[in-house]
Design a protein around this ligand. Sequence first.
Ligand code: DC
Length: 235
Amino acid sequence: MSKITIAIDGYSSCGKSTLAKELAAILSYTYIDSGAMYRAVALYALQNGIIKNGEVDKKKLIENLDRIDISFQYDNESLKSHTYLNGKNVESEIREMPVSRIVSKVSLIKEVRQKMVLIQHELGKKKGVVMDGRDIGTVVFPDAELKIFMWADAEVRAKRRFDELKAKGIQITMDEVRENLRKRDHEDTTRDENPLKQAPDAVPIDNTYMTQDEQFTIAFKHALRKISALEGKKA
Ligand code: DC
């Protein structure tokens, strides 16, 4: 069966990765979390004295880019793909608040984005991938057969994120989560380099009042349609 590329973009904590993983699983595609890559760079910056008083030392980070190796490995125990930074599994560390606080600032830097986009192109070149992020349908894979743009009401997203962090035992208040999302939305949509925006040909999904099953059904239908269109072209 023909393989397509699926690009899922949208605001923070609106369920992109849940949908992306479900689509990848049912289609036997590879799921790539591009946000995890920016998070890994942010973690490197935190661990190497590149963040001072909540600000990124841009020059130093750019000088260090060649020393940052990011990869993904499938973990047979959790049945999930884990993010590796210079050979070390950093999957849980990159989800913690210190990284969440700084990652949008790290992702503003042009040179960081250029490096991430290069890796993303390489990972997706064989098609059969579902990649989620902020600029996948607009910059990374502008020719993706299926593009989805997702969002949900800010308060609903904050509540979902809060519940997720609580479940992991992370001590945080709802106000902190709300503020973090507000800042990230602002930085992601207003930056000069590849800001978050809907590609003109993306399928919009507002999942504020949707269940996961409902959003999956919509997205899967679109994917099947794109795959059959490709099959039709081949025939
Ligand atoms: O999807 P996420 O919340 O894990 O992403 C973390 C941050 O990385 C997010 O605040 C914006 C940035 N990001 C980006 O700029 N471009 C992407 N393709 C993916 C994430």
